[in-house]
Ligand binder design. Structure first.
Ligand SMILES: [Zn+2]
Length: 61
């Protein structure tokens, strides 16, 4: 199973979604993100994507 880390266009926070999903709901603000159009900051294993999400959300203050 591959995952992607996508950045929410509304609140700017990253979250992990399945790579084969088309849409993903932001767990922070509830926005439905179109994965094909959103900014993807990482692709890979669940671990790699989770680390990218944490890194992104730590930097975004
Ligand atoms: Zn959001």
């Amino acid at each position: 199973m591959k995952y992607v880390a996508v950045v929410c266009p509304r609140c700017g926070r990253a979250s992990a979604a399945r790579a084969d999903a088309k849409k993903h709901q932001c767990p922070y603000c509830g926005t439905l993100i179109n994965i094909e159009k959103a900014a993807v900051i990482a692709v890979g294993s669940a671990k790699a994507v989770r680390e990218a999400v944490v890194r992104h959300n730590t930097q975004a203050t």
